[in-house]
Write a protein that binds this ligand. Structure first.
Ligand code: IDP
Length: 141
């Protein structure tokens, strides 16, 4: 088992629903530690840069508009197999396909407003963590 880090974002819809604490509780119960966190209103440029991999996709503008529609809660999670474990907690991208008991099944309304983001691989996680956090803001424990 590998001790990993992953980037988690609680998106504007879930922040607006006031479920940050409920989502954090799921991380903790699954053995994931919050080792860095900040609440932030993303600028358009920050959201576009974060999702640059999707810039040719038809949903790109809607995704960016949604991500800047209110503050997001951004955190680094650490734990055994953190990337996969976090993806399992999140559930499928489309909440209609998300397994019962996952974050997206419980808190997401649509594929556009789907409550959470999680890195999809350890390599992407390293890039995404560095996008939002300086090394001095991360408290490994
Ligand atoms: P993920 O968030 O489950 O990793 P990605 O494929 O990386 O899914 O897509 C990033 C985000 O873009 C999704 O979370 C979702 O908000 C949005 N998205 C992905 N596919 C669609 C789509 O077909 N229509 C609208 N939004 C989409």
């Amino acid at each position: 088992m590998a001790l990993e880090r992953t980037l988690s974002i609680i998106k504007p819809d879930a922040v607006a629903k006031n479920v940050i604490g409920e989502i954090y509780a799921r991380f903790e119960k699954a053995g994931l530690k919050v080792i860095a966190a900040k609440q932030k209103q993303l600028s358009r440029a920050e959201a576009e840069g974060f999702y640059a991999v999707h810039k040719e996709r038809p949903f790109f503008k809607a995704l960016v508009d949604f991500m800047i529609s209110g503050p997001v809660m951004i955190q680094v999670l650490q734990g055994e197999n953190a990337v996969l474990r976090h993806r399992e907690l999140m559930g499928a991208t489309n909440p209609k396909e998300a397994a019962p008991g996952t974050i997206r099944a419980d808190f997401a309304d649509s594929i556009d407003a789907n409550a959470v983001h999680g890195s999809d691989a350890a390599e992407t996680a390293a890039v995404e963590i560095a996008y939002f956090f300086a090394a001095t803001e991360i408290h490994s424990r």
